[in-house]
Design a protein around this ligand. Sequence first.
Ligand SMILES: [Ca+2]
Ligand SMILES: [Ca+2]
Length: 552
Amino acid sequence: MIENSGFTSGIDGWEQNSLPAGSKDTISSETAGYDGAALRVTHSKASGDSVYKVRTSKYIPVTAGATYKLRLYVKASGNMRLGASLRGNGSSAVPAESGLNTVITNSTDGWQQMNYTFTLPQDATLTGVKVQLDNAFYSSDAEILYDSIAFYRVCEPGDVNADGSLDILDMIRFKKVRAGIAEYTSPNAADINGNGYINTIDAAMIKRLLLGLTDYGSVPEVAMIAPDTAYSYNASARAYLTAENPTVDDYAVLMTDSAQDVKIVLECPVEGAKFKVEYGTRADYSDAVTVNTTGKSIAVNNLLRNTKYYVRITATANGITRQAESSFKTADIGPRVMTVGGITNVRDLGGYETSFGKTTLQGLAFRGAQLDIKGVSRLTAQGAELLGTDIALGLEIDLRTASETGGLTKSVVTSAKYLNSRIGSYTAAFSSDQKELFRQIFASYADVNNYPIYVHCVYGADRTGTVCYILNALLGVDEKTLIQDYEFTTFSDAGLRSAATNAEMKAFLTSFNALSGSTPAEKAENYLLSIGVTNEEISTIRGIFFGEIPIN
Ligand SMILES: [Ca+2]
Ligand SMILES: [Ca+2]
């Protein structure tokens, strides 16, 4: 959500000038949110160029001789020129940084950032300014939206309260802001090292500046920036998963895979510091993964879904070490998308809440694209190590035809047994000649010696989607999530998978929903019983995924 930030004092609204005498224009501005914007200015008739100013209704306190920045975002349609200026409350002139020198033809390409700088003369008599947004329209029905408008004094590093000098008051203001009980007067002055984050590193730097020291010392202060919520997939997948009643086609963009790393930024003001990063799900770091680096960030992936992670970083420089700790949570929306080098569309089937009141375990069952092309592994070194050693797959269920496998008889993942079950997709699940193949697959999920299991066809889309739909239905995952998980294949190189538009999927859903039972879990259970999967096997599958029956 974009918000109108930066105006921390002296402003509670906007006002507008009147149009030039004789103008036939109708121009209006709205200060209420419009399309997420803070301010909207429209122009309804083309009757010559009209300069129209919208300005803050109150004077913002300023200091003679100081430099100020105005930063804002605009989104415009129509032909116009834009600028910004200041109106002072004193007798001396204020500098007009921009004289309508931004020309927009037709429209902007989405939101664009604009920056203006104003330096007030040393002998200026004013004590306050109104910020003016200047618009000259050249076409009818032109419209401009403004947002995230910030006006702030450009200060020396450390002059957090923007009074022109560096002293203990700046440290106090900095601490108050960090404690959430005050706002920055000059955010650019608080971000001493200019990396976009304001944190303990900047605090340590301000301390040094107060002592008159311009270097940042030999002690490796350390900090990290992890996201509040980490997502395992990219922005378009996230937009689809968080929209209300979305159509997956609307979120499809050309991509190979949606898997996305989580970035943890590492900070230490001492050049050449060595970082040790530990992250894991336990507060005592007993399950932590350790990464050593001299870089400025690390990228992590394959984190568990809906899980809190603890992060500890240790910086060492000049023989001194410093530690900092933080934590973040992974998203509880959508599937756990895996990063498996060389393979696309890989997801963990677990981590979902079920109608049994239990959440399925993660790390037991995966789905994705083919691991080989006719026996030649597609896995990179990372992918091979992840599947073969870290996860140590117990079984690969290969749903491909003989011509697709090239007669493969064993898995390219050395730890895994291999089952080639050449099923069809969708309603093939209900055809009598495929019963035994489907029974064999689900019997495999009932064997504790087979886990973890990886199921795939070529793209991990249709045949795989059919098996996974039935499996997760059996475990009590709700229909909306089942369809969402099926459609998630859209965010890979397999292309669109929409249950609303795919006739085969629609036919599958019609057949599945015609099964006896009132819930997806009951329907899946009755389906499996009808193809010869036993009650005991069904209980075992549920017991395994609910963590009640240990795998070997
Ligand atoms: Ca100051
Ligand atoms: Ca910083």
